[in-house]
Design a protein around this ligand. Sequence first.
Ligand SMILES: C[S@@+](CC[C@H](N)C(=O)[O-])C[C@H]1O[C@@H](n2cnc3c(N)ncnc32)[C@H](O)[C@@H]1O
Length: 272
Amino acid sequence: MVREGSAGLITNVSQSCCNLISNDFRLTVTSERTAEEKEHASRVRAMFAGISGRYDLLNHLLSANMDKRWRRLVALELKKQLPLKAQVLDIACGTGDLALTLFEQTEARVYGADFCRPMLQIASAKAGQREASIPFIEADALTLPFPDGSFDGATIAFGLRNLANVEGGLAEILRILKPGGQVAILEFSEPKVPGFSSGFRWYFRRVLPLLGGAISGSRSAYTYLPDSVSRFPNQEKLASMISEAGFEKVRYLNLTGGVAALHLGTRPERSS
Ligand SMILES: C[S@@+](CC[C@H](N)C(=O)[O-])C[C@H]1O[C@@H](n2cnc3c(N)ncnc32)[C@H](O)[C@@H]1O
């Protein structure tokens, strides 16, 4: 069932309607799985809704603009692997910076998906300003509204760590990729350069929550950031998890001494 909302948004789009969408902004009803996942999802969604207005400013400020370079690298690495006329889904796209970078740096048709509407509204406005035709879809990364094998590429930047079920998220990415399709995962990781690592940890755990809290008005969101990173698997463990999820040719690049890592993998041509 498709319904035009008052702001020109489309709500209640059925799963099949979400295949190869051409409108600018489509919304789907999400169906989370367990009660625990549902509770986690609503906390994460509310947290990002609360900081959405300051999210971009803080990203660039707190990372000294490194986040822009990291996203460009994601686009460059993915581009090497994509076929002509590729379709790429940026999952947990937030305010759309990676989707926009993919749109500008590759020839692919790019889609963005996120379950936080205020983040998507900013993404949609930015795409409009930059005349980038990117459909943004409101959807949960654990239950994406696309048939199996829909995309040549999938990206997720600083999103995997926020999922209630990381293995479930990886399985969902594998499912929506075509055989031979590529995944690129950008996430904070474990700094590997002695000296720099301890300085960075001090900044990340002590300075960032204070600065982020003061500017965003949400101290908890910027305490959650280092906490969730410390609970998240480091680069080696994440590479193993991606392989265990069924991807092949899994490899990673450390960015800025391992502060972040870009993991790449391929959906096998034949499933085993
Ligand atoms: C740290 S932001 C990253 C946004 C963007 N990818 C970037 O690089 O700036 C994390 C995003 O993940 C989204 N997110 C978290 N869990 C999600 C889920 N289960 N399904 C869809 N989006 C999710 C949040 O709404 C938020 O926009």
